[in-house]
Design a protein around this ligand. Structure first.
Ligand code: ACO
Length: 332
C-alpha cells in the first residue's frame, strides 16, 4: 500500500545548517585534473560546502535540529523519536541520532540512524510518518546530515567534484487541523546493483589495515555512468506508478524535490515524465550532492524563499547506494 492510513500526519517545522567553507569548481581545478566547465555541464554543480576539520555529522545534525525545533515552536522534551538519515556517521556506534538526542536534551525521545544511501532521507521521513500514523509516536524529529567530503578520495576526479556537506531537519507530528498531509510513500531497492556506490573499507568485509588505506578503500567509489543509467531507467516508471497509486496525476504535483545528485538526471527524468523542469526545486549549484541531506536542504530553502507555499503538493524523490530509491508525497 502507498497511502498512509491512521492518524493524520503533517510537517510542523523545518531547519537547515550548512558549513561556512565554500569550495568552488575553480578551487577544484587547482586540486585535480578537472574544469569548472566539465563539472557545471555534467552535473550542474558550481560550488559545495565543506565541514570544518573538527566538525562531524552530529554537529551539523544538531544545528539543523535546533532550527527545525525553533520553526515548530517546540521544545526538545516534546519529541518522541529522533531519526537521523546519514551515510557518514561520526562512528558506527553510537548512532548520530543518540548523540543529537543527548545534546538536545530530548529526554523523552528514542534515537536511531537510517542508512540507505541517499534515499535514507525518504526512508527516514516515511518511518517517522508511519510511527505517528500508527500512534506509536506523536512528534518525530527527522534529520538528514552528511559530511561526505571527509570520505572522499581527493585525487579521484570522478567522485571528489560531486559531493558536499550539510544538514536539514523536519519535525513531523499529528496534524493540528486533522488533515492528513503526509499522503503517501513508496520505498524500493534493487540490491543486485549494490556494487554501484560503495565505501568498502574499514569494517567487517575489509578491515582497517595499511594496505586498505593505501588503496583508498576507506573512501567513496562509484560507477557514475551506471548509476546514471539505472536511475534514468527505473525512476520515471516508478514515479508514474507512485502518483497513480497516490490518486494524483503528475500535473497535480506542485513541486518536485529530487535528491540533488545531478541536474542532468533530474532534467531527464522529468522530461521522460513530460513534466517541465521549472517544477523542480534545484539547489545543486550551491551544495553539490549532500546525499541524505539534499532533499531537506532543497525543501527548506524553497519554503523560506516563498517558492513552496501552504497547500502545495510536494514530492520528495531520492535514489542512492543499494541501489535504493523512493518517494514521499506531502501537502504543505
Ligand atoms: N573532470 C573532468 N573529466 C572527468 C571528471 C572530472 N571531474 N570525472 C570524469 N571525467 C572524465 C572521465 O574520465 C571520462 O573520460 P574519458 O571519456 O576520457 O574516459 C569522461 O569524463 C566521461 O566520464 P563519465 O563517467 O562517462 O561521465 P558522465 O557523463 O557519466 O558523468 C557523473 C559522470 C557526473 C558522475 C554522472 O555519471 C553521474 O552523475 N552519475 C550519477 C551519480 C549519482 O547520482 N550518484 C547518486 C548517488 S550517490 C550516494 O548514494 C552516496
Amino acid at each position: 500500500m502507498t497511502i498512509f492510513k491512521g492518524r493524520p500526519v503533517s510537517l510542523l517545522g523545518s531547519g537547515i545548517y550548512v558549513p561556512e567553507k565554500v569550495l568552488t569548481n575553480y578551487d577544484l581545478e587547482k586540486m585535480v585534473d578537472t574544469s569548472d566547465e566539465w563539472i557545471r555541464t555534467r552535473t550542474g554543480i558550481v560550488e559545495r560546502r565543506v565541514a570544518a576539520e573538527d566538525q562531524v555529522t552530529s554537529d551539523l545534525a544538531y544545528l539543523a535540529a535546533v532550527e527545525a525545533l525553533k520553526s515548530a515552536s517546540m521544545s526538545p522534551e516534546e519529541i518522541d523519536m529522533v531519526i537521523v538519515a546519514t551515510n557518514t556517521p561520526d562512528t558506527i556506534f553510537p548512532s548520530v541520532a543518540a548523540k543529537v538526542q543527548g545534546r538536545l536534551e530530548a529526554i523523552n525521545a528514542g534515537a536511531s540512524d537510517i542508512q540507505s544511501g541517499c534515499t535514507s532521507s525518504v526512508y527516514a521521513l516515511s518511518f517517522a510518518a508511519a510511527g505517528i500514523a500508527s500512534s506509536i509516536w506523536d512528534k518525530v524529529l527527522v534529520i538528514g546530515a552528511e559530511v561526505l567530503t571527509k570520505l572522499l578520495n581527493w585525487e579521484d576526479r570522478a567522485t571528489c567534484v560531486l559531493f558536499g556537506d550539510g544538514a536539514g531537519a523536519m519535525v513531523l507530528g499529528v496534524s493540528p487541523d486533522g488533515k492528513n498531509k503526509v499522503i503517501s510513500t513508496s520505498l524500493k531497492s534493487d540490491g543486485t546493483k549494490s556494487d554501484l556506490i560503495i565505501l568498502p573499507g574499514g569494517l567487517v568485509e575489509c578491515p582497517a589495515s595499511v594496505e586498505m588505506i593505501q588503496k583508498r578503500l576507506h573512501t567513496i567509489h562509484m560507477k557514475g555512468s551506471e548509476v546514471f543509467k539505472f536511475v534514468n531507467k527505473v525512476l520515471p516508471l516508478f514515479l508514474e506508478q507512485f502518483c497513480e497509486e497516490s490518486n494524483l496525476s503528475l500535473n497535480d504535483i506542485t513541486w518536485w524535490i529530487f535528491h540533488q545528485a545531478n541536474y542532468r538526471i533530474i532534467e531527464s527524468v522529468l522530461r521522460r515524465l513530460d513534466v517541465p523542469v521549472e517544477r523542480a526545486i534545484l539547489n545543486i549549484d550551491k551544495y553539490g550532492n549532500t546525499s541524505a541531506a539534499s532533499v531537506f536542504l532543497a525543501f527548506h530553502e524553497a519554503l523560506v524563499d516563498g517558492k513552496v507555499k501552504k497547500g502545495d503538493k510536494v514530492i520528495f524523490v531520492s535514489f542512492g547506494s543499494g541501489m535504493t530509491y523512493g518517494a514521499t508525497l506531502m501537502e504543505i
